[in-house]
Design a protein around this ligand. Structure first.
Ligand code: 5GP
Length: 200
């Protein structure tokens, strides 16, 4: 997907509740060249989540129709709901020269690796499983049995961390955001060198 002159595609995964969203929002607010691609989902909005900002909240019927039309770069089913990255959203932002962050699960990340091997894959880890459990239950938006499923799923996701290019521990959002930005800047430098060599 990414061509010379286009921004980098940064795929950020990590267990539910690890704080990926807070890290990505912090980067987007501080760096004009970093943008978060809004995914589509069939799950209900949580309190405070706005359509078109947190997600595009769409019906299952619409999701399946758009999936059949090939509108998703990748998609996955999580906790009984569909989630997918809109191809048009990523292309629009990359064409503006933005470095585009996809905050997606490990199933989606592996699909992106096959269609966009030049992407940068970053896994966000919690400081500990106990802390993750505290964060998931602290969110208070879901019943305990759903929280339990999310925690079990989180453990499975964490096992995938070694497949990623980078791992960042989110013990503090600001610090984790700085580390993610350092990864993006380092990747930009690496690509500039490669491009210069190709131009010689
Ligand atoms: P949540 O319901 O907590 O917002 O998200 C549940 C999981 O779905 C998280 O792991 C999140 O990263 C993942 N997710 C969000 N958007 C997408 C997407 O577009 N594609 C895939 N594959 N996963 C997504």
């Amino acid at each position: 997907m990414s061509k010379n002159g286009e921004g980098i595609l940064i795929v950020v995964s990590g267990p539910s509740g690890v704080g990926k969203g807070s890290i990505c929002r912090a980067l987007q607010q501080r760096h004009a060249d970093v943008c978060y691609a809004v995914s589509a989902t069939t799950r209900q909005p949580r309190q405070g989540e706005q359509d078109g900002v947190a997600y595009y909240f769409i019906s299952e019927e619409e999701f399946l129709r758009r999936r059949a039309a090939g509108e998703f770069l990748e998609w996955a089913e999580n906790f009984g709901h569909y989630y997918g990255t809109l191809r048009s959203e990523v292309e629009r932002l990359q064409q503006q020269g933005k470095n585009v962050i996809l905050e997606i699960d490990t199933q989606g990340a592996m699909q992106i690796r096959s269609v966009c091997p030049s992407g940068v894959f970053v896994f966000i880890l919690p400081p500990s499983l106990e802390e993750l459990q505290r964060r998931i239950s602290g969110r208070g938006s879901e019943p305990p049995e759903v929280q339990q499923v999310r925690l079990m799923h989180a453990q499975q996701e964490i096992e995938m961390a070694p497949m990623y290019d980078y791992q960042i521990v989110n013990d503090e959002v600001e610090r984790a955001a700085d580390q993610l930005m350092a990864v993006i800047r380092a990747e930009q430098l690496k690509r500039n060198i490669k491009k210069e060599k190709a131009d010689c």
